[in-house]
Design a binder for this molecule. Structure first.
Ligand code: HEM
Length: 293
């Protein structure tokens, strides 16, 4: 019986390290993934594979594609596809550092580390803008329904698709906004995290209201803030049973339905974006059968 990489469903991590890799030697991939399979528990490290890796192995994962670049007036949503994504989760920055070094070493014959982003939980699950992030996440069975592939057969069931984007905030802009302007941008009061009826149509929670889509567009967000020097923002991470809900929401945020841009874009923008397929677990190990391994 296949199970989910449990880190996807658990928000209990204080710190994280996101690692992305390119493929450098196709011949060495299978051996490298067999090594990864020995240690990836799906909880302290969640693993996702990009289309280039799946294609290099000569297989197809139904529903996996590359994130499309997207654009609207004055807004660019970049796509930065890569072969593999590791989401290291933990509670100790030193331990995460050492673990990431070991993983890089373990995979070096086939993969080149292209990016590392450190992230953390801030002030009871707040984004660095100060707003609580994740309030309307589905929970329990609803989270599984939203984020996990079911009824597609052995090897696919229990897997998940994830969209990952690094967003950079403009903190000077945020500092220049009144509390009312910020509340109107998000559609919640920063003071008590409550939604309010008179939120404008450009408010983020109005754009993203999951129940307002047809079909409903539920995603499981596991985003975490990041900082480096004086820069910072959010690593937006959204798991889904497909990429459909993410794409529907992003399109409405960009105004593709009604020309109204999400007010988030006034103070933040994505600088990366990629899609990955996160395999299920079988007998405590990553189920790599769909990759022919
Ligand atoms: C830096 C970028 C972003 C920030 C700071 C941000 C922040 C927030 C905040 C504060 C909320 C309200 C509380 C909550 O329910 O979590 C929220 C809700 C939400 N966001 Fe975002 N968000 C960002 C990007 C995105 C993107 C790219 C998507 C999807 C394409 C998205 C989808 C959602 C959804 C689905 C909700 C819940 C809406 C509902 O059903 O009420 N967000 N976000």
């Amino acid at each position: 019986m296949n199970t989910v990489q449990s880190g996807i469903l658990s928000d209990e991590t204080h710190l994280a390290r996101y690692m992305t890799f390119n493929l450098v030697d196709v011949e060495a991939v299978k051996d490298a993934l067999l090594e990864l399979q020995k240690i990836a528990d799906g909880e302290s490290v969640v693993v996702g594979f990009g289309l280039s890796l799946v294609t290099a192995l000569g297989v197809e994962i139904q529903g996996l594609h590359v994130m499309p670049v997207n654009t609207a007036a004055g807004l660019d949503i970049p796509a930065t596809p890569c072969a593999m994504w590791l989401w290291l989760r933990g509670h100790d920055r030193g331990e995460l550092f050492h673990r990431s070094k070991s993983l890089e070493e373990l995979l070096v014959s086939a993969f080149e580390l292209t990016d590392v982003v450190d992230s953390f939980q801030y002030n009871d699950n707040r984004d660095l803008s100060g707003y609580v992030d994740g309030t309307e996440n589905p929970e329990g069975d609803a989270a599984i329904e939203a984020a996990i592939v079911q009824g597609q057969g052995e090897g696919l069931d229990g897997s998940s698709f994830v969209a990952v984007q690094q967003w950079v905030h403009d903190f000077d802009m945020l500092d220049s906004m009144t509390e009312e302007e910020k509340d109107n941008s998000i559609g919640r009061h920063i003071s008590d995290n409550e939604e309010f009826d008179e939120a404008p149509e450009f408010a983020h929670v109005k754009r993203a209201a999951q129940e307002s889509y047809d079909p409903e567009a539920f995603i499981l967000r596991r985003s975490m803030p990041w900082t480096e020097g004086v820069n910072g923002g959010l690593v937006f991470v959204a798991f889904g049973k497909s990429f459909d809900a993410f794409e529907a929401i992003l399109n409405r945020m960009l105004g593709h339905e009604d020309g109204i841009h999400d007010a988030l874009f006034n103070f933040t923008k994505p600088i990366t974006g990629a899609y990955f397929w996160c395999p299920a677990m079988k007998n405590g190990q990553l189920d790599l059968s769909q990759l022919g391994i």
